[in-house]
Design a protein around this ligand. Structure first.
Ligand code: F6R
Length: 237
């Protein structure tokens, strides 16, 4: 079990460090499968990756990506959807073919079928070489919310009240925040060859500490990462 814990001085340093780890992965294996996250935390890293690409330091032409999650009911054109986020924050700024980028389809009429399709897709592309993760204030990873058990496969989840509240900052009103999301399961995260967890800000310090040093329990979903064989954690104040 290897846990590499890196504390850097600020958000910019966290972003540079995370981007360097991701680009080093791509440079060492040009056809890497990257597991990607949305949210505020990786925005700086994605910006750094776009810069590194512009400087000719990395080539994404053979890379495939699998995102963690998508809101149910939001189309790719909706500015709050994770597909829209990924296109804007990363994919449009690097040389990755859109057909090599994957997110669950939040507009599918049959959510269970969509979860099964995404799980099959992960099976066919995976295992993920490097999985990037943020962490929710309640310890969620992807949208694996605290509960009585870990769920292995892709599933539709009811977002926790705390998550809806936290994510309402991106919406005009809290009522607009979708109540459900499709997320990869813990099996996908744990099967990734390497995991890179990033967390910024003092409000994340407590949950990071609890997840990495506390009891391993589905009540703190990220705590399962203590079992991962190759985990790097980068945190900033
Ligand atoms: C995003 C995701 C979530 C976020 C988490 C932290 O795809 O799966 O688990 O990583 O909610 O979000 P931020 O970075 O906005 O604090």
């Amino acid at each position: 079990m290897k846990m590499n814990f890196i504390k850097v001085k600020d958000y910019n340093a966290l972003s540079v460090h995370a981007a360097e780890i991701i680009c080093a992965q791509v440079n060492s294996k040009p056809n890497s499968v990257l597991g990607l996250a949305t949210g505020s935390t990786p925005i700086g890293a994605y910006e750094q990756i776009r810069e590194m690409y512009k400087r000719g330091e990395v080539d994404f032409s053979a890379v495939k990506t699998i995102n963690l999650d998508e809101y149910v009911g939001l189309s790719p054109e909706n500015a709050q959807s994770y597909r829209y986020f990924m296109n804007n924050q990363l994919f449009n700024g690097i040389n990755i073919a859109k057909e090599n980028t994957h997110l669950p389809d939040g507009m599918s009429n049959t959510v269970d079928d969509e979860c099964a399709r995404y799980e099959r897709l992960i099976d066919s592309l995976g295992p993920i070489d490097l999985q990037l993760l943020g962490i929710g204030n309640n310890g969620h990873i992807g949208f694996n919310e605290p509960g009585d058990f870990f769920i292995k496969e892709c599933h539709c989840t009811q977002l926790a009240a705390k998550t809806i509240e936290a994510n309402s900052r991106f919406f005009d009103t809290i009522d607009e925040v979708p109540k459900k999301a499709i997320t990869v399961g813990m099996g996908t995260v744990m099967a990734a060859k390497k995991v890179l967890l990033i967390a910024a800000g003092k409000e994340k310090a407590e949950i990071i500490n609890k997840a990495l040093t506390g009891k391993i329990t589905p009540q703190v979903p990220a705590s399962i990462l203590q079992f991962h064989a190759d985990l790097t954690v980068v945190v900033s104040p």
